[in-house]
Design a protein around this ligand. Structure first.
Ligand SMILES: Nc1ncnc2c1ncn2[C@@H]1O[C@H](COP(=O)(O)OP(=O)(O)O)[C@@H](O)[C@H]1O
Ligand SMILES: [Mg+2]
Length: 260
């Protein structure tokens, strides 16, 4: 990488007692890159994101953001979880404003900016609704707007669409692409769906487990902007197949273990 990386990961290791959840991860991520992380359950995807978020400490090694070691959470990183965690007693706008409020930026200008974000994620007109009045897909959009509301450098997304039905999920994928094309945030996106990873990403990180580690990095050199139709091209299908072959054995093992 010629320019200095947005995120530099060096010898990152995380142990929980005698379990090595992450082992010696080394990588660099450029500003504006869209990275997906795939791998069998338990390979440390969430742990990796939590360390980047500053919610968890590394056992050894480090992660630098713009050259500075990450030690705690900060408004330079926005987090979107699998389940929306909206506060039911707050309106959509008030939910989206939580981040800025905590950061001490609850002023009028920021309220205006947050309204713009709600518009960006397709929720104009819903500012005064409550979470229970919205569908799952809409609530996940609020989550996304909320993460963007602190204007983070990096967006961390942990299986954000996994609770959605297949159609809503595809709509959310194209929406996320559109938003990313506009703002070009650096994104780390965890997913179980390989086609989702290929569709969205510049590179896909394939993690393996026991110990959790970065097994392989796959470049996705498909042209952008990408329409959903790209999912039916031979190039796309071949990439999905290649990644599946990398993790199939491991996924089988983890399913067998979960059943036993
Ligand atoms: N707070 C914790 N304490 C002990 N073990 C943990 C903790 N968090 C995660 N683990 C373990 O670390 C491994 C990786 O977990 P996780 O990062 O959640 O994997 P993934 O998100 O890929 O499914 C798993 O074996 C999990 O049980
Ligand atoms: Mg996880």
């Amino acid at each position: 990488m010629t320019n200095s990386p947005k995120l530099a990961v060096r010898g990152l290791t995380k142990r929980f007692n005698d379990l090595e959840a992450l082992s010696h991860i080394d990588t660099e991520i450029a500003a504006g890159e869209f990275i997906s992380i795939v791998g069998p359950s338990g390979c440390g995807k969430t742990t990796f994101l939590r360390i980047v978020a500053g919610l968890e400490q590394a056992s050894s090694g480090e992660i630098r953001l713009d050259g500075r070691p990450i030690t705690k959470p900060g408004s330079d990183r926005g987090f979107v979880f699998q389940q929306d965690n909206l506060l039911p007693w707050r309106t959509i706008l008030a939910n989206a404003m939580i981040g800025p409020e905590i950061g001490g930026f609850g002023d009028k200008a920021r309220v205006q900016a947050t309204r713009q974000l709600l518009k960006l994620v397709g929720l104009e007109g819903f500012e005064n609704y409550y979470p229970k009045q919205l569908s799952g897909g809409m609530r996940q959009r609020v989550n996304l707007a909320r993460a963007l509301a602190v204007d983070p450098e990096i967006l961390l997304m942990d299986e954000p669409f996994s609770a959605l039905d297949a159609q809503t999920r595809e709509i959310m994928q194209t929406e996320l692409m559109r938003i990313w094309e506009e703002g070009r945030k650096t994104v780390l996106f965890v997913t179980h769906q390989i086609d989702e990873a290929v569709y969205l990403s510049d590179r896909v990180f394939v993690f393996a487990r026991r110990p959790g580690r970065l097994q392989e990095v796959i470049e996705i050199n498909l042209p952008r902007p990408r329409s959903l139709a790209i999912k039916r091209t031979p190039e796309f299908v071949a990439l999905v197949e290649r990644i599946w072959n990398l993790i199939e054995y491991e996924v089988r093992q983890s399913v067998l273990e979960e059943m036993s």
